[in-house]
Design a protein around this ligand. Sequence first.
Ligand code: NAD
Length: 256
Amino acid sequence: MFFEKFRMDGQVAVITGGGRGIGLSCAEALAEAGARIVIIDRDDAVAESGRQALATKGVQADKYVLDVTDSAAVDKAAADIFARHGRIDVLVANAGIARTGARAEDTPDELWLNVNDVNYNGVFWCNRAFGKYMLKAGRGAIVNIGSMSGYIANRPQFQTYYNASKAAVHHLTASLAAEWADRGVRVNAVAPTYIETEMTRNIVDRSMMDVWIRDTPMGRMGQPHEIASVVHFLSCDASSLLTGATVKADGGFTIW
Ligand code: NAD
């Protein structure tokens, strides 16, 4: 009875930024639970490489090229995916970007707007568009990928714009959860610590990583599969009483 709740057979799960990193690992986890997978990514080559990586594991995923900052295109994507698959059970709003290095007082408008457009606006456009189909069905689960940066201000790097965008994701999650709880749609979030992906590989120098690890009670970064397993839990019926929660998967980082 308990393990059945972790199965997702016949369900359709849509994962934004699913071509690589945390999103790709989420796709693999939900596929293993039985869901049909649709990978969304703004970069066709990345989406295709993710699709092929899943194929080597026996998962036939669908892919859809979309920039989540384009709200009209997000609406169209939801309509297209529903038309193709006949249902949408799960959305993992994972697409996000990190840019660091600008002090708050020197942050150019372009940097602020770009990070918030992808990390915050894009999450809302996707929740709104895909959530509509879930509300119509009276059932669905959304998992937004926030960050521990929504709780803390990172060091040594400065990234006020990123931290604020992720705090917004957490409160957006709680607000939507309150609106949709009695209509069968659960909305939760995950707040990861530093995870070894292209994102951290692109921005990190070794001395920065040493500070991160020193500041983490577990003394290490996380792996994408350690976020994917939390996303799986929040996506399936095993978490049927959870909504509006942001689950910290942070190796204890926010304790200190
Ligand atoms: P990543 O850069 O490896 O992957 C992000 C994916 O999102 C890429 O495939 C990229 O093409 C896609 N993407 C970016 N902008 C997009 C857009 N506008 N529309 C559609 N797709 C877009 O990053 P990751 O480390 O796997 O991060 C995934 C999520 O987890 C992000 O929201 C990130 O902020 C969050 N997160 C990451 C870490 C970390 O340390 N890696 C920590 C906390 C939170």
